[in-house]
Write a protein that binds this ligand. Sequence first.
Ligand SMILES: Cc1cc2nc3c(=O)[nH]c(=O)nc-3n(C[C@H](O)[C@H](O)[C@H](O)COP(=O)(O)OP(=O)(O)OC[C@H]3O[C@@H](n4cnc5c(N)ncnc54)[C@H](O)[C@@H]3O)c2cc1C
Ligand code: SF4
Length: 436
Amino acid sequence: MSPSDYSAYLVYAIPLLGVTLWHVRSRTRREADSAEVIREVREAGLTEPPSLHPVIDPAKCCGSGACAAACPEGAIGFVAGKAVLANPSVCIGHGACAAACPVQAIALVFGTERRGVDIPMVKPSFETNVEGLFIAGELGGMGLIRKSAEQGKQAVDSIAKRARGAAPLDVVIVGAGPAGLAASLAAQDRKLRYVTLEQETDLGGSILHFPRRKIAMTAPVKLPLVGKALMNEISKEELIRFWKGVVKRFGLAVRFAERMEDISPDGAGGFRVRTTRADYHARSVLLALGRRGTPRKLGSPGEEQEKVVYRLLDPEQYRGLPVLVVGGGDSALEAAIALAAEPGTDVVLSYRGEAFSRVKPKNRKALEEAAAAGRLRVLLESTVSSIEPKHVVLKHKAREIRVANEAVLVCAGGELPTPFLKKVGILVETRHGEAA
Ligand SMILES: Cc1cc2nc3c(=O)[nH]c(=O)nc-3n(C[C@H](O)[C@H](O)[C@H](O)COP(=O)(O)OP(=O)(O)OC[C@H]3O[C@@H](n4cnc5c(N)ncnc54)[C@H](O)[C@@H]3O)c2cc1C
Ligand code: SF4
């Protein structure tokens, strides 16, 4: 090889070597990061996805990383050059990963072998096997803001085709998340006689439970009366403001703090709907309940007081007050940590267990730091005996103690809607990893 051939060779070889080294380094780094995430997830026992999630075929995966780049939740990692669902519990079933995969290596499925997901059987019209009972949104299996809103509207289109009966209402819509709100707009647009029931004091559905300032990834959606709502990347707060504006502008009949408790047939093709406040009689019912369920109560004396809440809306409102948080999951820990960061707030976290076993390591660490800094007190093996106006009585191990208190936040999980669906006769199928 002549010296000029040699230098021409170097001109190509050096950049190529640089690119190869860069590629190897970034691949090693992404695999090390994934190994750390997988270790934490296993340690916390958070290995099961909540519902719809990707299954990646390693034989087809080319390791391009397109799925991980497309996933806004950071759920995908890499092992031995192949993509894996490294952090299953944060997956919300967008399907963005599957759409981005250049070699169609990703299938979206419900449930896993270990953890089944209950999916009610719904016809293309969104009617269930019980005539006149409809389901839309995440309760039907397919989540996402846009899809839920579209389904809510389509379900009302089907409901409007049912013959009007003798009942004073055409439809009771249960739930004011994206599905229930879009359904309410459609009902108003079609001049149906309707009411919308929402157990919470505010609207938004699951969106209310997003972390503060979370960017929701959604797509433009065409809403009845409103027209095309352009929301691609929008913060949780903006999204809630948008829906509040819609409710106000169109005067939607949403009854807040009213929980549907039971539905029974009226014997004439319609339904009686019993709530915590009233009874309604409607020709059809649309269940837009989502999948979070109804917050589980403690069942302690005094729980009916206004100071007892089941969701932390704004930690600032508790500034300077003594607050009791009850629960041992991530939501309880996150709430206690957020409250403890407020100046002057005296936080006690009460949990009946001996340790916080199934929580994210970052939450456990933040809790330990806050407790060590004296910003909150943790009472393990404690239960609430009674809630009094200015204090709570806790049973802590064998002792009974009184804790000064102005607010109680109960984070004891939710009662899932499946038993209710079965009770009213809706067929529910448990999926263990079958394709969506
Ligand atoms: C952390 C997180 C992040 C997410 N990020 C995104 C995202 O970026 N983009 C996206 O598109 N989707 C996202 N999602 C999913 C999206 O929020 C849901 O798919 C969507 O909100 C479902 O709408 P829905 O109306 O079917 O149900 P929900 O939003 O769950 O609303 C159901 C409503 O029904 C009410 N309800 C339930 N039972 C009763 C009862 N018995 N009586 C009266 N009311 C009742 C509930 O209080 C609730 O308000 C995310 C979800 C979570 C949890
Ligand atoms: S379905 Fe959505 S959240 Fe789940 S891994 Fe794919 S892109 Fe991420």
